[in-house]
Design a protein around this ligand. Structure first.
Ligand SMILES: Nc1nc2c(ncn2[C@@H]2O[C@H](COP(=O)(O)OP(=O)(O)OP(=O)(O)O)[C@@H](O)[C@H]2O)c(=O)[nH]1
Length: 306
């Protein structure tokens, strides 16, 4: 580099002095080779945010290029794991010696997983939004992992009201004390018989967990799998008619308000060893134009706020 180039970050005086909590860049686009348990390293198209604190009150600014190049090196020469994130954050701070004592980084990407159909044995891809937020302060690294899981929720209130209408329709159609079994069976297979259906909605569970400090690897697939098997009605990829019928059965047998979904997930996460967790459940109502939402946290001191 020509020696004569001005270096504002080093030489210029700050217009105003003072400490800043975070300075850096957001939405940096980069491919990342993700390492997570159970999958071979897979390339994801990520957006990253990189920040350091500006603790030197007199300094003009931080060195954005050093954060950017450290991220670029991780993208080109390494894989994304708790270890490489720790190394990256350490590098953010060592390249800002005298300026910064804390660092943080975020990665957002879509993880595509191969998912099996319910009964037919087919397979298809399904995408899950993932966010990893990590920070390093006073020598301690904290890593949060967040996943979004889309599922179907059928309203228990609507189901009960629909069942009542079916009972009324039965009373109207079969007023005699004795009924013909075959005729009832045929009638149940018509829309006059099943006169009403409950409403369901596409719903999203967003679950954020704080990894144990000793975690050597991500286990994103296990987190997603356990959320899906707890809720029981995840949206499907490949669907043949037998799968659709099984999905209808699962919906009918797992009626849920947003409170039910959030409570089930709370029980699931309480039984795991995460330092902390945050759950947000959004039911994008088909009855209303607004959404039904439930939020829960583990409830530890200095942990996630609801
Ligand atoms: N600190 C800071 N830099 C910015 C901002 N917007 C753009 N930049 C640019 O980020 C670029 C990289 O800054 P540095 O990391 O200091 O670049 P450099 O001096 O070539 O790199 P080093 O020799 O490692 O210090 C500079 O060209 C800045 O102009 C901003 O708001 N703050």
């Amino acid at each position: 580099m020509p020696a004569s180039m001005p270096d504002i970050a080093h030489s210029a005086e700050a217009l105003e002095t003072g400490r800043l909590d975070w300075v850096g860049m957001s939405n940096i686009e980069l491919p990342i080779l993700l390492e997570t348990k159970g999958l071979s390293p897979c390339s994801v198209s990520a957006k990253a945010d990189a920040f350091v604190s500006l603790d030197d009150e007199q300094a003009k600014g931080i060195h954005m290029s050093r954060l950017f190049l450290a991220l670029d090196e991780l993208s080109n020469e390494s894989t994304l794991s708790p270890l490489s994130i720790n190394t990256l954050l350490d590098r953010f701070i060592t390249t800002h010696e005298g300026l910064s004592q804390s660092a943080k980084v975020s990665f957002r990407f879509e993880l595509l997983l191969r998912r099996k159909s319910l009964l037919s044995g087919k397979q298809g891809w399904k995408g899950y939004p993932v966010e990893i937020n990590a920070s390093l302060a006073q020598g301690v690294t904290k890593i949060e992992l967040s996943v979004g899981v889309t599922y179907s929720s059928t309203c228990p209130c609507s189901a009960a009201l629909a069942r009542q209408l079916i009972q009324h329709a039965f009373d109207a159609r079969f007023s005699d004390t004795s009924v013909d079994r075959e005729e009832v069976r045929r009638w149940l297979g018509t829309t006059e018989g099943i006169v009403a259906t409950p409403h369901s909605q596409r719903s999203v569970a967003t679950v954020k967990v704080v990894l144990d400090n000793a975690s050597q690897e991500f286990d994103i697939v296990d987190l997603i799998d356990s959320i899906e098997s707890t809720l029981k009605t995840p949206v499907q990829a490949a669907v043949k008619r037998e799968d659709e019928q099984e999905f209808a059965r699962l919906n009918g047998q797992n009626l849920m308000f947003c409170e039910d979904s959030a409570r089930k997930l709370k029980v699931l996460l309480d039984a795991k060893t995460f330092q902390d967790f945050y759950i947000r459940v959004d039911h994008f109502e088909s009855l209303h134009a607004h959404d039904a939402v439930a939020i829960a946290v583990k409830g530890i001191s200095n942990g996630f706020k609801p």
